[in-house]
Write a protein that binds this ligand. Structure first.
Ligand code: GDP
Ligand code: MG
Length: 181
């Protein structure tokens, strides 16, 4: 009889992007399975833990680091980024300046943290609020290019409100983090 070995992995995941793009809502949706549009941002960094049974032998714990209140400076301290294994950069599809901001966030991230190998940590881009009227997917084709140019491994259109693609985006990121681990 084989001995079953269970591994337990903990990944620190940063969730960054401009104020109002839906970072906190995405985390709440993913971790607590709810959307609350009366949620008010608190001050400081918030944490949320999500445990997933990745497969029969592996439990993955994701520790999400939310930011609240520090978005305007568009850069965070090295201490905040330290030890991160993955990043989720969020923008709001109804507000295009937040996409420009996503590349600034990505640059700030890569300047302050990298893998032991020296490579950038895996990062995924979320085009959030895709449930909104007026979002016609018009710039979807340009997002592939944007991801290449800015070093994102991929992008997903998401809605924290309607629970679209949040689980998929997370699974994609976990897969990438497992490869780097
Ligand atoms: P944060 O500042 O990036 O943490 O953004 P919040 O999570 O606080 O969300 C900002 C506002 O956008 C809130 O009023 C949310 O209810 C709303 N919001 C967040 N995600 C979505 C979404 O997927 N769809 C829609 N329609 N609204 C959203
Ligand atoms: Mg927030």
């Amino acid at each position: 009889l084989g001995v079953s070995v269970c591994t337990d992995k903990l990944f620190k995941v940063l969730v960054i992007g401009d104020l109002g793009v839906g970072k906190t809502s995405i985390i709440l949706r993913y971790v607590n399975k709810l959307f609350d549009d009366t949620y008010k941002a608190s001050i400081g960094v918030d944490f949320a833990l999500k445990t997933i049974e990745w497969n029969t032998r592996t439990v993955v714990r994701l520790q999400f680091w939310d930011i609240a209140g520090q978005e305007r400076i568009k850069n965070m301290s090295r201490a905040y980024y330290k030890g991160a294994m993955g990043a989720v950069v969020v923008f709001d599809v109804t507000h295009s300046p937040t996409l420009e901001a996503a590349s600034e966030w990505k640059r700030d991230l890569d300047s302050k943290v990298c893998l032991d190998s020296g490579h950038p940590i895996p990062a995924v881009l979320l085009a959030n609020k895709c449930d909104m009227k007026g979002w016609d997917g018009g710039f979807v084709s340009s997002l592939d290019r944007f991801c290449k140019d800015n070093g994102f491994l991929g992008w997903f259109e998401t809605s924290a409100k309607d629970n679209i693609n949040i689980d998929e985006a997370s699974a994609f990121l976990v897969k990438q983090m497992m490869l780097c681990d």
